[in-house]
Ligand binder design. Structure first.
Ligand SMILES: *Cc1c(COP(=O)(O)O)cnc(C)c1O
Length: 400
């Protein structure tokens, strides 16, 4: 195995040298004034990435899963009704978490490969005349299937039913890679993490929280201590933390925000679209199919690709790792054995994406897949050549 090969898993993502360097630091006193000077602007600048001016940003030492837990325990009470669609492994896990917290979970079962069922949500919300549903939960980017959902459509479903339920969105694998508009879409809690679009190591759950969600906090009866928004916000108000903060990660996040803003968020989104489109052209040239059932659902951060009938995607991912030292995402849940995933988010260039496509082709050819060696790479090359603009590379791996 060599660290020279990028990973093509959809998180954790490749960490640019600039961020590794930013996190490589000695212990500092988190109660000293210079921590306060660093942390408050980090929280403020994260708001820009979430697309919120009116909301707050709250960071816990956790992975994204901890962010899910914080979202429900701070706003809901046992027995509260929530509405959620199941269309992949991540929405499935959030459902499981809600059930284990004693919530009354109304599930809309959807085909894996489809997105948040806004039309069905609209029907259910309209029929909920006593307004018992307290929150609607949606996964913006279903990492298991490579499906991006239309969150604005879910907001419209709530509005058209004049329903006051809160809207919680998992944007762990979309934030800082694909457009996200917390205020415009009326999202009450947006859950993300450090190890995907932010290009850092795992260890921070990063949440955007609306004033409406904060107002629900006092009445919420689900138990929480470590993840209590109230303790965190009270400490943050004076620039501090209620317990020991993950200092190196917070300094890394400072640098990550600087990188994102230097490139420009719109350019970050355009780069992800372009990288993803090259991968999709390759998949088409191979004659393979994406799990996402229609183009408006295509994710720009991960492509889940069905292997042909009679092949085992786990064999493919294991072979690619064992022979070429390269990691692709395995098929999760219902997709296990049937699909593999190419993660194309975070710190990635055309050249890196092409290396992943070339390696995938070698592994498929070794296993006698009915693909033509070079066909996907050629399709992606043509797309990247025709859409490339001249870029200036700074020597830290950023693009300006
Ligand atoms: C990665 C991811 C998570 C969080 O997983 P953790 O392993 O807890 O960080 C949640 N939702 C989605 C859609 C993800 O891609």
């Amino acid at each position: 195995m060599t660290d020279q090969n990028p990973v093509f898993i959809p998180g954790p993502t490749n960490i640019p040298d600039r961020l590794l360097n930013a996190m490589h630091m000695q212990t500092r006193d988190h109660r000293a004034p210079d921590f306060v000077d660093t942390f408050a602007p980090v929280l403020r600048d994260c708001k820009r990435v979430f697309g919120t001016e009116s909301g707050e940003v709250i960071i816990f030492p956790a992975s994204g899963t901890g962010g899910w837990e914080a979202s429900i325990t701070n706003t809901l009470s046992p027995g509260d009704k929530v509405l959620i669609g199941r269309y992949g492994m991540f929405s499935h896990r959030w459902i499981d978490m809600c059930q284990r917290h004693g919530l009354d979970v109304q599930i809309v079962e959807c085909a894996w490969g489809s997105g948040a069922p806004a039309d069905k949500f609209a029907e259910v919300l309209l029929a909920d005349s006593n307004q018992e549903i307290k929150a609607v939960l949606a996964t913006h980017n279903e990492t298991a299937t490579g499906v991006k959902s239309d969150i604005k459509a879910v907001r419209d479903a709530l509005d058209s039913a004049h329903h006051p339920a809160m809207l919680f969105v998992d944007c762990v694998s979309s934030l800082a890679s694909m457009p996200f508009e917390m205020d415009r879409w009326g999202v009450d809690i947006a859950v993300s993490g450090s190890q995907k679009g932010f290009m850092l190591s795992t260890g921070m759950a990063i949440l955007g929280v609306s004033q409406k969600a904060l107002a629900a906090m006092e009445a919420a009866q689900l138990p929480r201590t470590f993840f209590d928004f109230r303790d965190m916000m009270a400490a943050n108000a004076s620039g501090g933390f209620p317990y020991t903060p993950p200092l190196q990660l917070i300094y890394g996040l400072r640098e990550s925000l600087d990188m994102l803003f230097e490139e420009g968020l719109d350019n970050v989104y355009a780069r992800h679209y372009r990288l993803a489109e090259g991968v999709r052209q390759a998949v088409r040239a191979w004659g393979l199919k994406l799990c996402a059932t229609s183009p408006e659902l295509y994710s720009d951060t991960v492509s889940a690709i069905y292997v042909p009938e009679g092949f085992d995607s786990n064999e493919l991912t294991a072979h690619a790792f064992n022979k070429y030292g390269i990691s692709f995402g395995i098929g999760l849940g219902e997709m296990n054995g049937k699909a593999f995933r190419i993660g194309h988010l975070g710190s990635l260039t055309d050249v890196m994406a092409l290396s992943g496509l070339a390696a995938a082709e070698m592994a498929m050819a070794d296993l006698n897949y009915p693909i033509e060696l070079g066909s996907g790479v050629r399709a992606a090359q043509n797309y990247y050549r025709s859409t490339a603009t001249k870029i200036a590379i700074d020597h830290q791996g950023g693009v300006s």
